[in-house]
Design a protein around this ligand. Structure first.
Ligand SMILES: [Ca+2]
Length: 410
């Protein structure tokens, strides 16, 4: 095989980790590019891996064809290392993946693909709104499917990542998928961690659950047409035990003096028991019988409370992050016309609420800085804009969105 690799620029859009069980909720990143770079260590690793791959049943020609267009991508390693650093609150995560824009787009897609979604719902027993929501959270309805070659991404992370064994399994699965003829090396793209297509399946999840819905011989989750991808997500949820017509969870209100020791994902009770403790839905009624439920408080006692049911656990198979599961369930409900979360969110560590963080962003933009969208999420761009403003105004350069900053900007 040819180990001299040209440096190419790869597109990166979505960064999702479907099925990774990393506990990290995916967030679609802004579009950027990730180049490959020569790396003799990676070349040597690939040579060694070639023997293991062929030994496990990958044909030498499939292997060499796949790696003839692959390379080491340093930016992928960077993503993997940075991933654990930022822990977003539920409020931030919802502002990113389940904001009004994504709800509106979801309603359009729900209408546009209504026929297909109905077929999937009747065949797999997973509601159309849930499939639409997963599509929305994973790839912004197919617009952020990721354009990094999967062999490059997974081999880079298998060679030089925190989770080498995991990514070697994904790389082997990716090669088997190519060997099976579902997709060619140049078209097998995904996000930085190897999550592929509209519903961001990692290769092993694809092998286990992908569906060729129209029977054309290929399980194509990469094409513009989302049919196979949505069918595959439906199959995955159905196989994981989805209960049709049952909610993932409902927002609830807790009575004065409620014992918070009763909350937590493992502390299930039957509906009568919760009702007798004074737990009500947001209309003041006892929660209907959806089976055993637990109560979770994603932002503590001063934030929203949810009673969660069996379908919450089913969604956790896709990604075991609490924020991810709530976002998928909530976006699904909103797409179907459900209400916003009624409880307020507590102020952040700096004592600011969402509207105040948005005001900081708007005022920075008015002052000529670039804090990104005024979504109230203090991310890298907003921090950079705050630092630039602080520098220009002779303030200590902290990058923090504080009340003092807001007052100064006013
Ligand atoms: Ca197909």
């Amino acid at each position: 095989m040819d180990l001299s690799r040209r440096s190419v620029v790869l597109g990166l859009s979505a960064s999702a980790l479907a099925g990774c069980a990393s506990g990290q909720a995916p967030v679609a990143a802004v579009a950027d590019t990730l180049p490959t770079a020569p790396n003799p260590g990676w070349d040597a690793w690939v040579e060694g891996f070639r023997g293991r791959a062929v030994g496990s049943g990958i044909s030498a020609s499939v292997f060499d064809r796949a790696f003839s267009v692959a390379g080491f991508v340093p930016g992928v390693v960077e993503r993997d290392r940075n991933q654990t650093e930022r822990v977003r609150t539920l409020e931030d995560y919802l502002a990113i993946v389940a904001d009004d824009a994504r709800i509106g787009e979801g309603r359009s897609r729900f209408a546009q693909y209504g026929g297909l979604l109905e077929q999937l719902e009747s065949r797999f027993g997973v509601e159309a709104k849930v499939l639409t929501s997963i599509w929305g959270v994973e790839s912004r309805y197919g617009t952020r499917r990721g354009s990094i070659p999967v062999i490059s991404a997974t081999s880079t992370l298998a060679f030089d990542g925190r989770r080498g064994a995991f990514f070697e399994r994904q790389l082997l699965a990716a090669l088997r998928i190519q060997q099976n003829g579902d997709i060619g090396p140049r078209d097998m793209t995904g996000s930085w961690a190897g999550a592929m297509g509209h519903t961001q399946f990692i290769p092993t999840t694809y092998e286990a659950y992908a569906i060729d819905f129209r029977g054309d011989g290929r399980r194509d989750i990469w094409a513009d047409d989302p049919t196979d991808a949505l069918a595959s997500a439906a199959n995955y949820l159905a196989e994981s035990g989805w209960r049709r017509g049952q909610p993932w969870g409902v927002e609830v209100q807790l009575p004065e003096g409620f014992d918070y020791g009763l909350t937590g994902r493992g502390n299930g009770r039957n509906p009568d028991s919760w009702a007798s403790l004074g737990v009500r839905d947001m209309n003041g009624r006892a929660v209907p019988n959806h089976g055993t439920g637990s109560i979770i408080l994603p932002m503590g006692a001063s934030g929203p409370a949810f009673m969660i049911f069996a379908n919450y656990t089913v969604l956790s198979r896709y990604n075991n992050s609490q924020n991810y599961i709530i976002a998928v369930g909530y976006l699904a409900d909103r797409i179907a016309g459900g209400p916003p979360i009624r409880a307020g969110f507590p102020p952040d560590a700096q004592g600011l609420r969402l509207e105040e963080r948005q005001e900081i962003q708007r005022r920075l933009a008015q002052a000529g800085y670039d804090p990104g969208d005024a979504d109230g999420v203090i991310g890298d761009r907003t921090i950079a804009a705050i630092r630039a403003w602080q520098t220009a105004n002779g303030q200590p350069v902290t990058g923090l969105a504080t009340r003092d900053l807001l007052e100064s900007l006013r």
